[in-house]
Write a protein that binds this ligand. Sequence first.
Ligand code: CP3
Length: 357
Amino acid sequence: MTQDNRRVLQNDRFLKVLRGEAVDRTPVWLMRQAGRYLPEYREVRAQAGNFMNLCMNPELACEVTMQPLRRYGFDAAILFSDILTIPDAMGLELRFAAGEGPVFDRPVQDAAAIKALKVPDVHSDLGYVIAAVEHIRAALGDSLPLIGFSGSPWTLAAYMVEGQGSKDFAKPRAMLHEDPTSGQMLIDKLTESVSEYLKAQIRAGADAAMIFDTWGGLLTSEQYLKYSLGSMQKIVDALKADPDTADTPVILFSKGCARHINAMADTGCAGLGLDWTVELGDIARQVGNRVALQGNLDPAILNAAPEVVRAEVQRIFASRPNDCRHIFNLGHGITPGVTPEAVGAAVEAVHEFGTYS
Ligand code: CP3
């Protein structure tokens, strides 16, 4: 165990729930809690020039990580970065085109391109992310836990083969059917990359690691278990096998995959993210107290009036069993158009209704 793994924090509700310990109140943080809905974020992004410059500047990445913590009573910070840093470091040349989302100038189009891909060197190719983690850790001091993160191998592969965002990621799905050997090779290279990336974030000061598998729900069940959950299992195992990271909790978030909840809960992860389409109480009864559950307010509700947000937060709490290990969050990220007031209403409602007696 390293010094960092023994870090004593003033507010450790989030980590306690992941460890299965009792807390006074349900911890809360929100996916995309730093971002465009905050005017102070837009100001710093303008100063940086664009989103990737912001990610690559450790001081500015630290500043935007801290911004939502100054406004709201969140129980965790999340590293400000993106999941697509790994493919960029593999040479695919990521850019965010205005109004278009992410684009790779050099997508992976055939088996030869997959063979040629190199696992990035975390410290030389992704050193800016590790530096951001160090800055954020120093800025947080012992106040709050810091969540590090990565995309899942399948979700990263989906963007790398498609070359951009997509509703159905038909190209990478066709590739898994047509050339499973190359598909597995791509997933394997990403599995090694993600494992090393998360270990480096933890060594630099992250207290937990979350894996975003945004597109797991697009796969057939067999493919999900083989390529997506299978690779996340290897990452969980790799972190557990390293004394520096063995005690760091891992949260898996496979959107649209609740039908696989038992298999996910058996990976040895500490927590599972839930999207908003499932009932927290139903899932809690299926997993028992094997893992913590993180979610699952519908992000669309943040466009509704504050009293509507408050009532839905209350309903989610009423639906969960008493012994539910719960971290309050959204079922997916905050969308850009919401107001800072709507986010405040959600957090306040968690503080109001999320106490354990
Ligand atoms: O949660 C946080 O606050 C931490 C920061 C974070 C970002 N992206 C910042 C970001 C995290 C955890 C991510 C993860 C991410 N990135 C995922 C997985 C989670 C999910 O939302 O499904 C995915 C699929 C991506 C890829 C990505 N990055 C897309 C598709 C886009 C464009 C869509 C959009 O919202 O603009 C991004 C850009 C991005 N990543 C922004 C932010 C704050 C917006 C950039 C801007 O300032 O314009």
